[in-house]
Write a protein that binds this ligand. Structure first.
Ligand code: CO
Length: 140
């Protein structure tokens, strides 16, 4: 289906999120071995995580670590260990993307868009709809 028909457009891979146990060690490793710089760091209390965003051209690698035991990322680390947690797609209109995906039968984790880090608006799509990958829709 064309972007016009869907009512939104994908404009970038916004970020690839990686769950890690030690945020400082992981950020230092990415800086030292890949030359990536930390562009932003934030605690997102509502999600129970702290993130470090490493800038890679117009996208980010988002290192994520839990700040609470009941955080979904803590459960992910327990179940699967460190590794890729989700893919964030930058979209022109998060609400339109959410409605469009819902209409297409996708299982949404967020019923409505909500605030993400660095002032973005986001919504998550359940991995059972995304062939095993948790998807985040990100509008800047
Ligand atoms: Co994310």
């Amino acid at each position: 289906m064309s972007a016009d028909a869907l009512g939104f457009q994908l404009t970038e891979i916004d970020h690839v999120a990686i769950a890690v146990r030690d945020l400082d060690a992981a950020a230092a490793w990415y800086q030292q071995t890949l030359g990536a710089t930390v562009a932003h760091r934030e605690r997102i209390e509502s999600d129970g995580v702290e993130e470090a965003l490493l800038k890679v051209a117009d996208s980010y690698v988002q290192l994520l670590t839990p700040i609470r035991e009941d955080s979904p990322v803590a459960k992910f680390l327990e179940r699967k260990g460190e590794g890729i947690h989700h893919v964030g797609y930058r979209v022109t209109d998060c609400a339109a993307a959410l409605e469009s995906m819902k209409a297409a039968g996708a299982t949404m984790i967020d019923a409505v868009p909500r605030p993400g880090s660095r002032g973005t608006t986001v919504a998550f799509v359940h991995p059972k709809s995304g062939f095993g990958t948790l998807i985040e829709l990100v509008q800047e």
